[in-house]
Ligand binder design. Structure first.
Ligand SMILES: [Zn+2]
Length: 238
């Protein structure tokens, strides 16, 4: 594959809002990897390097870590009554989930695969746990929900979903979905298709070179009804 000349300098590209958004989009994955003691990818190491010099992203990371520690700590493991996932729209059950997902099995999202599609739905109990601390802030928007979709294998894309909204607006927000293809370079992530279906609207987008898709003016009153469908970019023949 041709080296991405335009993005050849990696993540370290200064202090723009778009740059911080990139870091913030990857933060859940970064914090999860650190918490679980997993080896860091090149991209995640760049996130770590950025956090050393960026107080606002570091604050965000610390808030996320507190949330995830609660989620994957004693409270989550002893969660009394696991909600029954709504599989009514599927014929096939979710594929087996990884260790991380097992730790939080009581509050799992519905993740299923048809052909090359990955379908994600949230349950109400999961949404409660996806709420980050109230003080978590990102460039004027408040992070309302954040979620990393469990992978079933190393070949799966890393999928993170974040819902942000201005403090004064509970009705509409920004949905940021990051699809990171493990077999592609960090800045060669374009071309995956993402659908977000709310109760009344459908949004469709394609990932940019960093794997990000943004949907704006998304109604937030029915997040538990959302369905997110990801069609990863087809693997190119080597
Ligand atoms: Zn930053």
């Amino acid at each position: 594959m041709e080296p991405g000349a335009a993005y050849g300098d990696g993540l370290a590209k200064g202090d723009s809002t778009a740059f911080h958004l990139q870091v913030l989009a990857i933060l859940p994955e970064y914090v999860t990897a650190v918490l679980l003691g997993q080896p860091l990818t090149t991209t995640l190491r760049e996130v770590g390097a950025h956090l050393e010099g960026c107080a606002s992203c570091r604050t965000e990371a610390e808030a996320l870590r507190a949330t995830l520690e609660a989620l994957y700590g004693h409270e989550a493991v002893s969660f009394p009554e696991p909600p029954v996932p709504d599989l009514s729209f599927l014929r096939t059950p979710p594929a087996p989930l990884g260790a991380l997902a097992a730790a939080a099995s009581g509050v799992q999202s519905t993740v299923a695969r048809f052909l090359d599609l990955i379908v994600v739905q949230f349950s109400e109990p999961l949404l409660a746990l996806m709420r980050p601390p109230a003080l978590t802030r990102a460039v004027g928007l408040r992070l309302r929900y954040t979620y990393t979709v469990p992978q079933t294998s190393d070949d799966d894309p890393h999928i993170t979903v974040e819902v942000l909204a201005p403090d004064e607006d509970d009705e509409q927000g920004l949905v940021r979905i990051c699809i990171e293809l493990p077999d592609a370079d960090p800045f060669d992530q374009a071309g995956s298709t993402v659908f977000l279906e709310t109760a009344e609207q459908s949004f469709r987008g394609e990932t940019d070179h960093t794997g990000l898709v943004h949907f704006t003016n998304v109604p937030l009153d029915d997040v538990a009804c959302w369905r997110i469908v990801v069609q990863p970019r087809p693997t190119l023949a080597q």
